[in-house]
Write a protein of this length. Sequence first.
Lengths: 271, 491
Amino acid sequence: MSRNLIIGTALSALFVTLAAVSFLWTPHDIETLDIPNKLQTPSGTHVLGTDHFGRDILSMIMMGARTSIAVALVAVGIGMAIGIPLGLLAAARRGALLDELIMRGNDLVFAFPSLVIAILITAVFGASAVNAIIAIGIFNIPVFARLTRGAALPLWERDFILAARVCGKSAARISVEHILPNITNLMIVQGTIQFSLGILAEAALSYIGLGAQPPTASWGRMLADAQTLVSIAPHTALVPGFAILLMVLGLNLLGDGLRDWLDPRIRVARV
Amino acid sequence: MHHLKRFAASTAIVLCGTTVLAQDSITVAIQLEPPNLDPTGGAAQAIDSVLYANVFEGLTRFASDGSIIRGLAQSWDISDDGTVYTFNLAAGVTFHDGTTMNAEDVKFSLDRARAEDSTNAQKGLFAGITDVTVIEPLSVQIILDQPNGNFLFNLAWGDAVIVAPESIENIASNPVGTGPFTFTDWVQGDRIELTRNADYWGSAPALESATFRFISDPTAAFAAVMAEDVDAFIGFPAPENLPQFEADPRFQVLVGNTEGETILSTNNKMPPFDNVLVRQAVAHAIDRQAIIDGAMFGLGTPIGTHFAPHHPDYVDLLANSPHDPDRARELLAEAGFADGFTTTLKLPPPSYARRGGEIIAAQLREVGIETEITNLEWAQWIEEVFTNKDFGLSIVSHTEPMDIGIYANPDYYFQYDNPEFQTLMEKLNATTDPADRSDLLAKVQTIISEDYVNGYLFELAVATVAKADVQGLWVNQPTAAVDLTGVSWSE
């Protein structure tokens, strides 16, 4: 296992654990405000200090991790659930009208800057975590569709697929039984990268007030709230800032490490 | 090295240049840009902030302490029955386009404001006028249908300034008034420029020119003041940054009071808020000090009714709604909402609303009332909350002076309909005796406080951050205005 993979796994696992633990326990309740104790610097009671409402920042980070991970996970899920079948279909019908329609449709979605459209969607349908998920999810579809088609096309030329066709298997069965297992590694790696992009997108949407609404904790909104406090209470901005940085860094390293680890060619070369 | 030296030398020259220039010009920032420049036609406060007392003048005007002083009217006589006002106008007053200001213009302005098709945002100010007559070129008579103790006060509002028929057509983009500054330029989205009026009839202002800039983002506001891009910021949006300015010798911080009653607006027609027990429960659930400390970093005075605490007729009614979550839960149970309920909380952009909203949501949750928070831009807020009345709760500061009369209008957005209150307000409007007025004002304040019409939170404070050598700025905001007539730079 490479160093990237270890660091990436450790960072990702840290935040996933924080999010998981938050379901059972957080150091403090974040729904009750404690205004007399606002903007405290890190101490024994509040390990990462308190925010402008006197809420414990560590608890906020834990709850925020839950929001970030949930949004990104579902958004990647939407992208995979729709994008992969579309890609498989396009590859199976390569060159046909259907292939053309699917891929040009994807190009159309790709042509728009994703965050701008996400802002549009949340502005039109109202700001909420659900709309943020949908907005981010839609832009994951063409990513997975293209990647699936690109990886599936050379497979269709391979002899084992020819053998399956000779046996009389339908294109759909071949796609599911032979193509899909051979591109899983690629999907996992891309999924990790999209996951980190989803976390960034969720933070960006919350930062401008279009993501999860209060009282749901969100890293992006923590940053936005801390904006005017940077000079008097820097920890209120630094903590969520580093949380986003470390989580995204961790996921990118994880994705990178997984690719190296899962790719048989690189593995053989190393051996 | 040489380059560096030359650069330093040229910078020094440029800096000297701006310092010299800065002595008779000022750049003032306010939060919101006016949507148009007609104070007699638009409701936005920002219009008055830029133009009141600077470009436009009325018959009377507000002084910085909130008292009513002479404006274009140099003196006036009031008939014994209180229904006929005769104003003697200042002589030699011209509008910025050169036309003379006389009694005809006063008649035109007032008739236009109270006309059927008038778009004046405060038509109520002129409701009692039955006739305006020109007696002499500099003398005008106004006849009221009944005595109105507030009439001189009403005429001081920005909505009652004197305009000219010659320039009325383009007033929204090219305001022509009688004030000490003439309007020069409006670069939309950026700035409005004013220049000293050389022909001003009164004493000339110290400033040669003034630029208004519009910065609503708290972070950008902080940066603009710190970088000295603006000389003064009236209504600084981030109270948390004030201690830093106070500690910085380059700046002075002025904290004054406004006429802004910040309230938890409650839709009195929407169940369950049509039940007074529920409204009372909400009032007891609120911890005002926590909101003032958490949202405004301590700036603001708690209020128990819709009235400015610095007004001599204010009645302290905070005892009607102390913070008492247990009492709130009891009242909810009594009203049939033992398990609480869910409502909407729609918040406009200012931090008192956005932060205050989060705090209030937490306080209401404590007694079992769940709120769905929606953040709205001003235009959306005006449409959804103010016009369509599609809200349960909202937070907003009512900055008009002496605006308790809004409770007499059952169509006003919080939809309070109480005939007893309406009768008292009518009586108040017809009363001129100060002692009787005080009594009536105390009564109406008490009624809305005991009816828990809205959640009364705090009187908004206004913070002005200015360079240390700017003097003459208003500390308090008796009306929305940035009066530059007395502003100058100290030597």
